[in-house]
Design a protein around this ligand. Structure first.
Ligand SMILES: CC(C)(COP(=O)(O)OP(=O)(O)OC[C@H]1O[C@@H](n2cnc3c(N)ncnc32)[C@H](O)[C@@H]1OP(=O)(O)O)[C@@H](O)C(=O)NCCC(=O)NCCS
Length: 171
């Protein structure tokens, strides 16, 4: 990959967050990603169970990924409840079209999985439009496989979703 800096975004200040969201929305529009508003991003970014990875080239954001850790719990023999993160869902991932097919997506995915694994996840999954061959190829290349289909899951246009998952041993 060409020199680029990949890091986990930490919420530092609301002004920085507004700038970041504006840049992310530009990439979202260029990539035809499912539409999130600035408020959707803001609400997501302040959640403790949400993790974001940003890719910078010089000072410009050229890619991002958002992952939600899914909280599970179990009750032990002493009847106390133990919370843990067993799995995670990738909610958004995109690379600026000018930088695609140079390994940025692969590194973005690698980094977000590393963050998930540091929280104990054993599996990671996502939803993708069945017509999004580019993304499906990309996920397959990165060890995700199709587990089932949700019919008419998407709107505008209406379309089925593939649920894809990466094997726990790969996480
Ligand atoms: C999916 C995406 C994040 C991949 O980013 P990237 O930086 O291009 O990924 P990489 O360079 O690491 O991987 C390239 C691989 O992705 C797949 N791919 C990427 N562009 C492709 C295209 N135009 N046609 C077919 N496969 C493609 C191929 O498997 C490719 O490997 P190859 O070059 O050896 O054929 C990027 O294409 C993107 O932002 N797409 C638009 C947003 C989107 O659809 N996000 C997913 C929503 S579920």
């Amino acid at each position: 990959m060409f020199p680029a800096h990949i890091f986990e975004y930490q919420l530092l200040d609301s002004c920085l967050l507004s700038n970041l969201i504006a840049e992310i929305i530009k990439i979202q529009e260029k990539c035809d990603l499912s539409i999130w508003t600035a408020d959707n991003y803001r609400d997501e970014f302040i959640r403790n169970d949400s993790k974001q990875i940003i890719v910078l080239n010089k000072k410009n954001i050229i890619g991002f990924a958002i992952m939600r850790l899914i909280i599970s719990y179990k009750t032990n023999a002493y009847d106390s409840t133990e919370l843990f993160f067993n799995e995670a869902e990738i909610l958004q991932i995109a690379v600026d079209p000018a930088f695609q097919r140079r390994g940025v997506g692969k590194n973005l995915l690698k980094k977000i999985i590393e963050v998930g694994v540091s929280f104990g996840i054993k599996a990671i999954w996502l939803e993708v439009r069945v017509s999004n061959h580019k993304a499906i190829n990309f996920y397959r290349k990165n060890n995700f496989y199709h587990i089932y289909t949700r019919t008419n899951y998407y709107r505008n246009p209406s379309e089925n979703a593939w649920i894809m998952q990466r094997n726990s041993e790969k996480c």
